[in-house]
Design a protein around this ligand. Structure first.
Ligand SMILES: Nc1ncnc2c1ncn2[C@@H]1O[C@H](COP(=O)(O)OP(=O)(O)OP(=O)(O)O)[C@@H](O)[C@H]1O
Length: 271
């Protein structure tokens, strides 16, 4: 049997901002993500995690190496990706429903079909909102929602055009722990239902272990993948699981990797 080609293939990628004398954010970073896999990327602050996300989604070109998604070299912003960031960035003049439907006005083939099939698309957006507990808030504006609710809406916006790839950069970073845990469960449910390929950048190791099939640990800047850990726990995972010794041992193991990576940074800085 022929092994399926990874959905995301990053090979020997380097990225320097600001010309030859600028900041080397990534150096010789390689990783691959299988179709339908949920990968979390963790690492010391400033190690290049967000840079990696920008390269995969085609928002920036890499300085060296190759980024291939769905078998194609990434050389422009990817339309098959949905993205959500720490800041939900909802447009204040649009209702929540219209914010969620925004990608449909931009991404083909939805853009072409939106006028004729508006009712179908609207139903889809409403279903997503209901899935994350926002039924009844469709006609509200962002200022009428809490931070956690806005983040849920931004997750729906990232999913509305059926992206094959979901890119999440600290999407829950600004939220309190209760809201965050609530959203982990909802994201897990959404992923079990829609089965996108997901890359999640997070500082929260518990979040990484709860959500991911595999956690990748990056070195300090210039970033590359230092270690990876497969997460063996069956799904759906429960919040109670995060208190179990096996779960906590994995979190500690990842923390040790990151501490080692940070010590590497200090040693390098001292040279
Ligand atoms: N647009 C930019 N121009 C110049 N340098 C940049 C730019 N974006 C990021 N950098 C630098 O590249 C390095 C990696 O940044 P990046 O945001 O990718 O790290 P990160 O791991 O996501 O950080 P954090 O964990 O703190 O969010 C940092 O030193 C940062 O200062």
């Amino acid at each position: 049997m022929v092994a399926e080609r990874p959905f995301v293939e990053i090979d020997g990628v380097s990225m320097r901002y600001g010309g030859a004398e600028g900041t080397l954010a990534l150096k010789d970073a390689s990783l691959s993500v299988g179709r339908g896999e949920f990968v979390a990327v963790v690492g010391p602050s400033g190690c290049g995690k967000s840079t990696l996300m920008r390269l995969v989604t085609g928002l920036w070109p890499s300085s060296a190496g190759s980024v291939i998604v769905a078998g194609r070299e990434v050389d422009r912003p990817l339309s098959i990706a949905g993205m959500a960031f720490q800041n939900p960035t909802l447009l204040p003049w649009r209702t929540i429903l219209d914010n969620v439907m925004l990608p449909l006005e931009v991404v083909e083939p939805h853009r072409r079909q939106l006028r004729a099939q508006r009712a179908m698309y609207e139903e889809k957006a409403r279903k997503l909102l209901a899935m994350v507990g926002l039924a009844g808030f469709e006609q509200k504006f962002a200022y009428q929602l809490s931070g956690g609710m806005q983040q849920r809406a931004s997750l729906c916006r990232a999913l509305v055009h059926d992206p094959q790839l979901l890119m999440l950069d600290e999407p829950f970073g600004a939220l309190d722990i209760f809201t965050r845990e609530d959203l982990w469960e909802q994201l897990q449910q959404v992923c079990l239902t829609l089965k996108p390929t997901v890359i999640l950048v997070t500082h929260d190791l518990k979040e990484a272990v709860f959500l991911a099939d595999r956690v990748l640990v990056m070195s300090s800047r210039p970033g590359r993948i230092l270690a990876e850990r497969r997460i063996p726990f069956p799904r759906p995972r429960l919040l109670e699981d995060t208190y179990k010794p096996g779960f906590q041992a994995l979190v500690h193991e990842l923390r040790d990797h990151i501490s080692a990576a940070r010590r590497g940074e200090e040693i390098l800085d001292a040279v």
